[in-house]
Design a protein around this ligand. Sequence first.
Ligand code: CAO
Length: 380
Amino acid sequence: MVDIETVAAGGTTGKKLVNEPSDPVLPASSHYKPSSAAGQSAAVSLEKVLTTPAVRKIAKENQVDLTQVRGTGPKGRVLKEDILLYLQNRGRGIPNLPPVSAPVSSPVSAPVSAPASAPTPISAPTPVPVVSGVDQRVPIRGVQRLMVKSMTAALQVQHLTYCEEINFDALKQLRSELKSSMAKRNIKLSYMPLMIKAASLALLQFPQLNATVNSEVTEVVYHANHNIGVAMDTAKGLVVPVLRSVQAKSLAEIAQELQVLQDAALKGTLTEAQLQGGTFTLSNIGSIGGTYAVPVLVVPQVMIGAFGRLQTLPRYVNSRGQPATVEQIEDGEAQVCPATLMNVSWSADHRVVDGATVAKFSNVWKKYLEHPASMLSDLR
Ligand code: CAO
């Protein structure tokens, strides 16, 4: 469900909304004629209106005066979708508009036409959004065009996705301790710098995941520098600027660089250099929402991680506050406590990376975040 790509700066033409003048346009509700007589003269009108026996049956069952239904078929024939639409809107109390004398081939702005195979509606039709206006043709350009390219390339690669739950209780505590001191230095400390640093520390143990593969799939390059791309949501679409040499940077430096890139992304001033050269990517979709996301590789990179939304959920813990084992739960030695949890999903290029390696990497990353003091011993 998640798509992630690197994009080049420049050439990012925004959306241009183009109306299609040739489109016959009617508001959705113009599909109806006045219904003051609805239900009163159904028996009479069934004979007058051009339609099929199936439609007459629906009309009869639902007490509909067919003369009040706008027919969109040839010569004003009332089609099945016309009566289904009429019934849907009648159920929602949509007022009818004056009749339209000429038949309309296709009201393009009416989004609610029921498929021909739809069952006869009963008393409570499914609500459908009422949308009026005109269709819009939007050229795919700029950031979106690049997204098409990178996603098309990514879908050539067999992905492996591995998910894990991370307990953020300790990290939450650490962040709240560091946040104010960082703020005094004008540095915003979100969870991202901690997760980025933990990923870099774990990559030191798994250099085969900080890698790119050539298009012929004959060679993999294990990169010395951890150039970590961070997916960012902007008004023009997804961009993935890159934090350079994360393995050599402090938490404060990572937080500062992230802030610079985030500001530039929001202003649309990222340079091409800031968008290139990534060797590994992270995406915090959870800052927007969602508990899980399956990320798509930024080819030629071989791994990417997506984070879900932090949640407080009940979990069993033992007397030392650690996750309880099955035995401890069965022996009544565990209790249910609230835990701050986040899901991560890792996707890897399964042509060159196996699932066991991803799982081992994820275990190390998880350990750093669940016991953040352990990061200190491995910091340089
Ligand atoms: N769950 C819950 N809250 C989260 C969270 C999560 N996973 N991640 C961040 N938050 C919180 C932060 O802690 C912060 O709250 P406080 O101000 O109280 O600390 C708040 O949300 C805003 O964070 P932020 O978004 O400003 O900063 P960040 O460093 O966490 O994330 C960035 C930066 C750029 C990753 C993020 O803004 C963003 O753009 N995310 C979307 C990425 C995306 O679109 N991915 C999909 C790619 S595929 O199309």
